[in-house]
Unconditional design. Structure first.
Length: 89
């Protein structure tokens, strides 16, 4: 077993725990993200508002992916190929 396989095996339970916590406390985490973004935006006097909003959106998307991973049964990081309509032969 290689180093990468060992790391995956050891981090698997931690990833499951993080997913569980994201599902249970996602609203609190997202509130914290908003609060931190507001504080940073105020301290920078709005100079980086667009970058702060982009980062906040990405952080919230990541939380959503963590929270909903097991519900969908697929890995949200892996894009799925759209279903092709049946051919009309």
């Amino acid at each position: 077993m290689g180093l990468l396989d060992n790391m995956k095996a050891k981090l698997g339970p931690a990833k499951d725990k993080v997913s569980d916590l994201a599902r249970q406390h996602g609203d609190k985490v997202q509130h914290g993200i908003d609060k931190a973004a507001k504080a940073v935006d105020e301290r920078t006097k709005g100079k980086y508002s667009d970058k702060i909003q982009a980062g906040t959106g990405k952080a919230k998307d990541a939380m959503d992916r963590l929270a909903h991973k097991e519900e969908t049964g697929t890995d949200p990081a892996m894009p799925t190929r759209p279903q092709e309509p049946p051919s009309a032969s």
